[in-house]
Design a protein around this ligand. Structure first.
Ligand SMILES: CC(=O)CC(=O)SCCNC(=O)CCNC(=O)[C@H](O)C(C)(C)COP(=O)(O)OP(=O)(O)OC[C@H]1O[C@@H](n2cnc3c(N)ncnc32)[C@H](O)[C@@H]1OP(=O)(O)O
Ligand SMILES: NC(=O)C1=CN([C@@H]2O[C@H](COP(=O)(O)OP(=O)(O)OC[C@H]3O[C@@H](n4cnc5c(N)ncnc54)[C@H](O)[C@@H]3O)[C@@H](O)[C@H]2O)C=CC1
Length: 284
């Protein structure tokens, strides 16, 4: 079955990026969130990025208008009845995602693949709440989606070869490079990245150095494009904590314990760039 119409669930930074890239590569995109205001805000942000592409001569005004016209807002998961593929990018919370997958399983056509952009939650568990586990898979884009080439394609225990092949091809059509990964906590990307970020937070917690100094060491010393604390703010501290919890519980190993400072900041609502405050200040 040819994929023409894709539903993206969650119009946050990741869902917005996935929707933008899918629309730019010719797919019709139903962009779903719980509140129309979140979708409108994201569409305005996407419009701004496309304006920049036009100004830089990478895209014509016509292409921009056609891309925006392919983005269809939705606040009802029942709109999944009318799509060929779903990728869920809602908040990193197993209960939230399980609820969405149960509804999607009832509403979407029985042949439709249900993918999740989860950073770390078990694909196998999401698949198990549906009656189509062979059609459930991880499609993990990196942030910011329009810039980053990688997509981790995560096979749950029951994911079929045909589902894997379809998602690999879809990622390539969207201009990305897919990498095949089996379903274990944090997959590859966040199993390797997040303990480094957590360790940088421990360096702040233990007074080893100021956040600026820690980031400077990693940027100038290791050529990372962003220091780990700037990157944590960029990802979202709530998402970083959720990923550390999955690693900690999933491996039952104390080496993955989330730093208490990370917990404290999330409890305070200091979520990084998206809330205006994290390790650095973004209020101005
Ligand atoms: C948590 C997970 O599950 C997995 C993850 O995603 S982990 C996070 C992975 N991502 C990273 O590690 C990102 C590391 N940082 C970087 O690569 C770079 O700092 C960056 C690409 C984000 C910004 O690059 P920069 O050179 O410092 O800044 P800047 O020149 O402003 O931006 C470069 C380009 O990125 C684009 N960009 C930056 N932020 C963007 C955003 N939020 N959305 C879309 N595009 C964005 C800019 O528009 C710019 O595009 P053009 O070249 O077309 O103008
Ligand atoms: N932030 C990052 O760098 C990355 C995040 N991810 C994953 O992508 C997913 C989304 O993350 P972000 O976009 O960063 O979060 P975000 O906080 O920017 O956006 C999440 C969006 O999901 C919406 N949402 C929550 N419950 C919903 C529901 N029941 N139905 C529809 N929409 C719902 C929220 O209203 C919000 O707009 C998470 O699973 C996260 O782990 C994956 C790669 C990178």
């Amino acid at each position: 079955m040819a994929i023409k119409r894709i539903m993206v669930i969650g119009a946050g930074q990741m869902g917005g990026g996935i929707a933008q890239v899918a629309a730019q590569t010719g797919f019709e995109v139903v962009l779903n969130d719980i509140d129309r205001a979140f979708i409108d805000k994201r569409l305005a942000f996407i419009g701004g990025l496309l304006d920049k592409n036009v100004a830089k001569g990478r895209m014509t005004e016509e292409d921009k208008a056609a891309t925006l016209a392919r983005l269809i807002p939705s606040t009802d998961l029942k709109d999944a009845a009318d799509v060929d593929f779903v990728v869920e990018a809602a908040t990193e919370n197993l209960a939230v995602k399980e609820k969405i997958f149960r509804i999607l399983d009832e509403v979407a056509r029985p042949d439709v693949i249900l993918a999740s952009n989860t950073s770390s939650l078990p694909i196998t568990e999401l698949a198990a709440v549906t009656g189509r586990p062979e059609l459930v898979i991880g499609m993990h884009f990196m942030n910011p989606v329009p810039v980053m080439k990688l997509v981790e394609v995560i096979r749950g225990i029951a994911t079929s070869d045909a589902t894997y092949a379809t998602v690999k091809e879809l990622a390539e059509t969207m201009g990305k490079v897919p990498v095949e990964v089996n379903d274990y906590p944090g997959f590859i990307s966040n199993r390797v990245l997040m303990p480094m970020i957590n360790e940088a937070i421990y360096c702040v917690y233990e007074g080893v150095a100021e956040p600026e100094a820690i980031d400077t060491v990693m940027k100038l010393g290791m050529n990372h494009p962003m220091g780990p604390l700037t990157l944590a703010d960029f990802i979202g501290l709530d998402t970083c904590l959720a990923i550390m919890e999955v690693l900690y519980e999933g491996f039952a190993d104390s080496k993955y314990r989330p730093c208490p400072l990370l917990r404290k900041m999330v409890k305070a609502g200091w979520l990084g760039r998206k809330s205006g405050k994290g390790f650095f200040d973004y209020s101005s």
